[in-house]
Design a binder for this molecule. Structure first.
Ligand code: PLP
Length: 397
């Protein structure tokens, strides 16, 4: 039987030392060696899973990464102090001065700003493309292209990346495909579909509690070993490791992720249909009206639904702002950035998380000024929530 990501994850739940049901926490910054030659072997990378210093590896982080790798079906993983740390380390491990990246034009604003403003300072060129247009991507390939970068479901336009198609293109042209899967853990496993590296902001659904910022990089053992190489590894040398106390708390939350994703998806589907029925343009991969609904069905693990993120278009920023305030006043959620929380969060992407994207470019990519992005929460009675949202809509119309 083929195991789904939740089953693979559960297989990593084992009785630990002293019969503790939770993985033990090791908060040592440094580790001792039985003798000096073993110490030098570890520094030369000759000993697997060696603990020398916590910026490199730590027993608590190792256990956590084994669970993440099981979920993603990758050989290994590494955890970082933020999603941006995971993204920038993965990119800089693969691309050096003189290299070229093809990136989706719609990505999280911080990623876009890194690729547009920061990567060029390091001599790395970036071409932004419509990630749903394969011809445009092919045309953007240059002899020095090292990477295609995208998000499984892009932020905030919810375009779907055709990971299998881009994976073949990447392999044929000796490029690496790096996918940010922050919106769709459990639902999509990018590396199973052919991506080389999957990155996460664990700040979002994976942790699900909004009590910390964290990230993860999943890939082959060779890639994670290179990333953490004591002398040359980007993660080791830039040093954004996740603190083991945090790793331990997020690790525990990971084991409820499958149920949370199912409920986020169920509630988001309900609201997406309800908005659409009311005549409001509703962008959700679970709706047949989504231009890539069929592609999403092909790449998803169906038992976890179509995800918790939904975007509606209220045409003007004024309408968007009025609705968000009305909903917050009725306690239906928070006017806040971020996503993946148990309470609904909403924001006007153009003036918040995508504000790094210049207005002309926002228009070019179809980002309406009235777009409200919802990260739908775990409401027990979504019908009741919708009744309340309708009252807010009636107030603003
Ligand atoms: N990737 C996506 C899709 C995001 O939405 C975000 C943050 O909003 C990030 C990456 C960055 O993650 P972090 O804030 O944990 O650094």
């Amino acid at each position: 039987m083929k195991k789904d990501p939740a089953m693979r994850l559960q297989d990593t739940l084992k009785i630990n030392e002293f019969n503790s049901v939770n993985p033990l926490i090791s908060d040592s910054a440094t580790f001792s060696f039985p003798d000096a030659p073993t110490m030098s072997d570890c520094f030369e990378g000759k000993v697997d899973n060696a603990f020398l210093y916590s910026r490199h590896w730590n027993p608590t982080n190792l256990k956590f990464t084994q669970s993440l790798a099981a979920m993603e079906n990758t050989e290994a993983a590494w955890v970082t102090g933020s999603g941006m740390a995971a993204i920038t380390c993965a990119i800089l491990e693969i691309c050096k001065t003189g290299d070229h990246i093809i990136s989706s034009m719609t990505t999280y604003g911080g990623t876009f700003a890194f690729l547009k403003n920061y990567a060029p300072l390091l001599g790395i060129e970036v071409s932004f493309v419509d990630i749903t247009n394969l011809d445009q991507i092919v045309r953007a390939i240059r002899p020095n292209t090292k990477m295609i970068y995208s998000e499984s479901v892009t932020n905030p336009l919810l375009q779907i990346t055709d990971i299998p198609a881009l994976s073949s293109l990447a392999r044929d042209n000796k490029m690496q495909l790096v996918i940010d899967n922050t919106f769709t853990p459990m639902i999509i496993n990018p590396c199973e579909l052919g991506a080389h590296v999957t990155v996460y902001s664990m700040t979002k659904f994976i942790n699900g509690k909004n009590d910390c910022v964290a990230g993860a990089i999943c890939g082959t053992k060779e890639f994670i070993d290179a990333l953490t190489d004591v002398h040359t590894g980007t993660a080791m040398l830039l040093g954004p490791v996740l603190d083991p106390l945090r790793a331990s708390s997020i690790h525990k939350n990971l084991f409820t992720l499958h149920i949370r994703m199912q409920k986020h998806s169920e509630n988001a589907m309900f609201l997406a249909k309800a908005f659409e029925k009311r005549g409001i343009r509703s962008n959700y991969p679970g709706l047949p009206s989504h231009p890539q609904h069929e592609l999403f069905k092909q790449i998803m693990n169906p038992e976890f639904g179509f995800g918790g993120i939904l975007a509606i278009d209220l045409k003007t920023k004024e309408n968007a702002n009025k609705l968000m305030v009305a909903m917050q006043n009725r306690d239906l959620g928070y006017l806040a950035v971020s996503l993946g929380y148990y309470k609904t969060l909403f924001s006007n992407s153009g003036s918040s998380t995508s504000s790094e994207v210049p207005i002309e470019l926002q228009e070019e990519m179809g980002l309406s000024e009235g777009l409200v992005r919802f990260s739908v929460g775990l409401d027990q009675n979504i019908e009741h929530t919708w009744e309340q949202i309708e009252i807010c809509l009636n107030e603003i119309e």
